[in-house]
Ligand binder design. Structure first.
Ligand SMILES: Cc1cc2nc3c(=O)[nH]c(=O)nc-3n(C[C@H](O)[C@H](O)[C@H](O)COP(=O)(O)O)c2cc1C
Length: 205
């Protein structure tokens, strides 16, 4: 196996906010397992809505913004961890726009196929809709033919789920931090298993 496996962490929260914190914690676990990691916060990226022009059935998306660079990173990765703040029990628009614009990766040979996906959500309230956010992210993984994992035991639920309103709040959310850690470990474990079992050539369809 040539280059090291890599996991990219995407945050759809504000710079230095709670989502960044939990995504970075999950990535640290991937690093601890020997994987390379990259981190991207989408809030400073310009990503426009999909216009459904149909061009991506034949060629690259013609919209001139930052989506292409993020999509290239996703394509390069073996594992993808997506974190979003909970906004009205849904993902933030940064995440929603990235989801829309990922259409070429699906249309052009399922380029995210068999990559491992883990989801993280943070909300200001304890039952603020984080599980809906995690599910929305996991739905996106599924439509890309990815392999979805949740946080591993001993927490073992749906992914990383944090409670915090202002930046820094999740620093004291021990349960949330543990779910993010266990998610990172699980993603790393599956990435290593899949790399062992599936040669690169068989990943795309
Ligand atoms: C527009 C908006 C909608 C929100 N909706 C919810 C919500 O439905 N449930 C919830 O628990 N928190 C909600 N929040 C709180 C954020 O999820 C919370 O502040 C989160 O920590 C922000 O993440 P960040 O620090 O990574 O940006 C909302 C915040 C904003 C600005």
């Amino acid at each position: 196996m040539s280059k090291k496996a890599m996991v990219v962490g995407i945050s759809g929260g504000k710079h230095g906010g709670n989502t960044d914190t939990l995504v970075r914690i999950a990535l640290q676990e991937c690093k601890n397992s020997g994987l390379e990691t990259r981190f991207v916060n989408l809030s400073s990226k310009k990503i426009l809505p999909c216009t459904q022009c149909g061009e991506c059935k034949k060629r690259a998306c013609p919209i001139p913004d930052d989506a292409g660079e993020v999509l290239r990173l996703l394509e390069e990765a073996d594992g993808i961890i997506v974190g979003s703040p909970t906004y009205f029990a849904n993902v933030s628009s940064h995440i929603s726009l990235l989801m829309e614009r990922s259409l070429p990766l699906r249309r052009q040979g399922f380029r995210l196929r068999n990559k491992v996906g883990g989801a993280i959500a943070v909300g200001g309230s304890r039952n603020g809709g984080q599980e809906f956010v995690v599910r929305a992210i996991q739905n996106w993984f599924t439509l890309h033919a990815m392999i979805v994992v949740g946080d591993d035991g001993p927490t073992a639920h749906f992914g990383g789920i944090g409670v915090g309103r202002d930046p820094g709040d999740v620093d004291t959310d021990e349960t949330g931090i543990n779910t993010a850690r266990n998610l990172g470990k699980h993603v790393a474990e599956m990435v290593l298993i899949i790399r062992e079992q599936l040669p690169q050539a068989k990943k795309q369809k």
